[in-house]
Design a protein around this ligand. Structure first.
Ligand SMILES: *Cc1c(COP(=O)(O)O)cnc(C)c1O
Length: 446
């Protein structure tokens, strides 16, 4: 029996080559995709029907020995065979011998994540939030991975004991109000295991929000299943950040994954890495951010490529990032503009970088320029009483009540007149007739 049609001709062909009995159901099964991941150069050549020269093949295989290769059939199917060497998906997933060139300034762990780790799996860098690495596996090995030193080394999901040690750190650290589940890819965990972790984190009183960072919508969109979304919905407020780098990654399948997540009620963000030869172009990034917002994904960060070993050929100067931001601010919707950041080597955290809009200032005026190059002045106020701040908020004239403002509540008979109140009767407390039966749910005690 011939397999049912898969999205594109190339996907269908690929599926048949992997296994002639592949069905659409197999193709869309994330576990099938993982089982059939491409892990060597020869299989890549065979499946895509392309050929490297013998020298190329040799150096590619050497590269794979140091930095392993793994790509899902789905992600591989996005490569344009006709011009594969220039293809953004190819460049992100298939090794390049330049990875073996270690630059003078390259570091194995440029962000000092290991140094800032007070407990297994935890990176605590900022005052109120932690990175919690709950997976050492990914469905695809990005060639530009900042944790390249670890990729493929120890492909495992930490056991409950190890996770418990991370949880214990969060429980004992009350200033942590935001927990960012990262990895590897947290969605490599089974729904049940992830459910357990989310439940445990959710029980911690001082944790206000949880985030998941995942590249699944990009490289394995079939991981976003109905069951996964239903499970995640139990753990709101949950923010999800993904990692699209190029408009070609936005496909029918990835759109549908994003739609399921957005409909599930999760705020979606995207983190892009600026990569030479992949997306170092204002036009590409503008198209990408427009496609993202069309799919209800807010561009969050665009990262300068880290100084990790093996990434030299992906690096652009910082000026390229500034040029890209210059092409976005004012030219397109404010919510389409990500923050461009350099993650400080040595572990200083993310540092935002922007074009300059403040040109000059005096005591009474500031001079600004807009995106068109119009130079403008803003008159500073003639008198401004700075509020003396000794951090004693109780004595401050600014009303610094931080609890929720009371919302208007109707009282008494007004309640019965109101359309948005469910009460249909008011009953005096201690009414004996009511005491004799279960209280009617639609009445309130006056
Ligand atoms: C990026 C990062 C965070 C989260 O930073 P936000 O700016 O809040 O998104 C937290 N911890 C570490 C170690 C990080 O690298």
């Amino acid at each position: 029996m011939s397999p049912s049609p898969i999205y594109s001709e190339q996907q269908q062909e690929l599926a048949e080559q992997i296994d002639e009995n592949t069905t659409l159901g197999n193709w869309k099964d994330w576990k099938w995709q993982l089982q059939h991941s491409i892990r060597d150069i020869a299989t890549f050549e065979k499946l895509l029907d392309v050929e490297f020269t013998p020298e190329e093949r040799k150096s590619l295989e050497e590269t794979v020995d140091k930095f392993p290769l793994s790509v899902t059939p789905y992600y591989l199917s996005l490569i344009d065979r006709e011009d594969f060497r220039n293809d953004p998906v190819f460049k992100q997933s298939i090794p390049c011998p330049s990875e073996l060139i270690i630059g003078e300034h390259d570091m194995a762990d440029p962000l000092h994540e290991d140094a800032d780790s007070p407990a297994p799996g935890i990176t605590h860098r900022y005052p109120d939030r932690v990175l919690f690495h709950i997976s050492n596996v990914c469905s695809m090995y990005c060639r530009h991975c900042t944790r390249k030193r670890k990729v493929g080394d120890q492909d495992f999901i930490p056991n409950k004991e190890t996770i418990e040690a991370g949880l214990e750190y969060i429980r004992n650290t009350p200033q942590v109000r935001d927990v960012l589940l990262s990895g590897g890819d947290p969605l490599m965990l089974s729904d049940d295991y992830l459910d357990w972790i989310l439940t445990e984190v959710g029980k911690i009183k001082h944790v206000e929000v949880i985030r998941i960072g995942t590249r699944m919508p990009v490289v394995l969109p079939y991981r976003i299943t109905h069951d996964l979304v239903q499970m995640l919905k139990k753990h709101q407020p949950l923010w999800i950040n993904t990692h699209f780098n190029h408009p070609r990654e936005i496909t029918t399948s990835s759109r549908s994954a994003l739609q399921m997540l957005a409909d599930g009620g999760f705020p979606l963000g995207n983190q892009t890495v600026l990569l030479a030869g992949v997306n170092d172009c204002p036009r590409i990034i503008k198209t990408l951010v427009h496609k993202l917002v069309q799919n209800r994904v807010r561009p969050y960060y665009i990262y300068q490529c880290d100084l990790s070993e093996g990434l030299t050929h992906f690096r652009t100067p910082v000026s390229k990032g500034i040029e890209i931001i210059e092409s976005l601010i004012g030219h397109t919707s404010g919510f389409s503009v990500p923050t461009y950041v350099v993650d400080a080597p040595g572990g200083g955290g993310k540092i935002p970088v922007m074009p300059n809009y403040l040109i000059s200032w005096s005591t009474h005026k500031v001079i600004l320029r807009n995106y068109e190059g119009v130079i403008t002045s803003y008159q500073e106020p003639d008198s401004y009483e700075p509020i003396f701040c000794d951090r004693k908020c109780d004595n401050c004239q600014l009303t610094l009540k931080l609890d929720d403002a009371d919302e208007y509540q109707s009282i008494g008979i007004e309640k019965l007149l109101s359309y948005d109140d469910k009460a249909i009767s008011l009953v005096p407390s201690g009414n004996e007739r009511y005491n004799r039966r279960d209280e009617a749910p639609d009445s309130v005690h006056a």
